[in-house]
Design a protein around this ligand. Sequence first.
Ligand code: 5GP
Ligand code: MG
Length: 180
Amino acid sequence: MEDIIKLHDKKFRIMIPAAKIDEAVAAVACRINEDYRDKPTPLFVGVLNGSFMFMSDLIKKIEFNNELSFVKLASYEGTCSTGCVKNLIGLNNSIEGRHVIIVEDIVDTGESIEHMIGELKSHNPASIEVCTLFFKPDSYRKQLPIKYRAMEIGNEFIVGYGLDYDQLGRSLKDIYVVTE
Ligand code: 5GP
Ligand code: MG
């Protein structure tokens, strides 16, 4: 894979190779396996589109019976968060009394995940935790604990492994960061 790529008007350079992502996914899966193995059939809820690749790799490393579902909550355009969130769509499974693990690509300001947790809590699950591939501690503005963070990064804008820049870059197996 090339070290520098161009998507629309911006250049990106490689930041995290696929092997490192795999290690981080394995480590977070290991923690979830320990915490949930004795609980009744937990439900993983992936947030589309960004989490599809993370969910696919994470779920293969889960060692207990599970269900999975995907929902959508779009809030992001271009390279900065707009702060406005749309409604949750696609939740078909009943989550009442269930142990729910939300699977996110990235938690930035926390607006989207706060909205998502609020929506899911109104359906009375037994528990809700968040598993995010990336967490940006310097941008996070909420109090809600994000229990499972595969990797932490600074305020840079990244693409690849499901994450896009105006729809491009999702299929890259490595993570790239925007260059100056
Ligand atoms: P938040 O609501 O936490 O500010 O933003 C969360 C959403 O913004 C993520 O689910 C993701 O779609 C998008 N986002 C935040 N930071 C980045 C980034 O560095 N790269 C990409 N591609 N999307 C991001
Ligand atoms: Mg997302």
